[in-house]
Design a protein around this ligand. Structure first.
Ligand code: MG
Length: 232
């Protein structure tokens, strides 16, 4: 009998294949907005250009330096500018359209459903702690059927704290009646999901899908979600 009762998952790139759904959404918007006519060679080229800007802007968003609406448009305004396209309306429209498609085009990380069903059968409570936007994360969960397997979701936008802030972890545990001792945190981002969990004493499983090298001493590290079934 394991001492764990509550399993907290990150959503993006842990259960939800964010990179894949993002690429699929870029294919869509590239066609819909005829981006070829703006001198953008391909959807994947555009995605690549966007990627760097998006990562940098997300870091600013996490630090509270920019807000959601700014992030949504700016992450398209800047890559468009890289192609010499200055078009505020197009940036806004792409931002809206992309967010919508990226959430609806279902792309789960391999073995997500097997693992969640396994945990359910073993009577674990399954929760999410995610930094995404509420409306987007809700659509993803409904579209993919994850909502039926997750007991409680904690979205940073609602809670008021973003990972790696310890407070969102404490808030989530308190809210579901979990303790540090009977909780496990699973996520794909070492600095956002795993280090804070480690620092507050939560058992942690680093889902290092891309096999990124690091020097952290961790409780568990896995490369495929299915390995969770051997640990808990
Ligand atoms: Mg993630």
């Amino acid at each position: 009998m394991t001492k764990y009762q509550h399993i907290f998952f990150d959503l993006d790139n842990t259960l939800w294949d964010f990179d894949k759904s993002s690429l699929m959404a870029f294919d869509k918007i590239y066609d819909i907005f005829n981006l070829i006519n703006y001198g953008i060679p391909s959807a994947s080229h555009f995605h690549h250009t966007y990627f760097e800007h998006n990562n940098r802007l997300w870091e600013l968003y996490r630090q509270g330096k920019i807000d959601k609406d700014f992030l949504k448009t700016e992450r398209f305004r800047l890559p468009l500018k890289d192609y010499g396209v200055i078009d505020e309306k197009l940036a806004i429209d792409l931002g809206e359209s992309y967010t919508d498609y990226a959430a609806r085009l279902v792309a789960l990380v391999p073995h997500t459903l097997e693992v969640l069903n396994y945990l359910k059968e073993k009577n674990y409570k399954i929760h999410l702690i995610t930094n995404g936007f509420l409306e987007v994360q809700s659509i993803k969960m409904q579209a993919s059927g994850l909502d039926k397997l997750i007991d409680k979701s904690f979205v940073s936008e609602v809670v008021g704290f973003k990972k790696p802030d310890y407070r969102i972890f404490h808030y989530a545990m308190e809210n579901v009646g979990a303790t540090i001792e009977n909780s496990v945190m699973i996520g794909d981002d070492l600095s956002v999901d795993i280090i804070p969990a480690k620092e507050i004493g939560m058992t942690h499983i680093y889902f290092n899908r891309k096999k990124i090298s690091h020097n952290e001493k961790l409780d568990y590290e896995i490369y495929d979600l299915i390995e969770i079934c051997d640990i808990i």
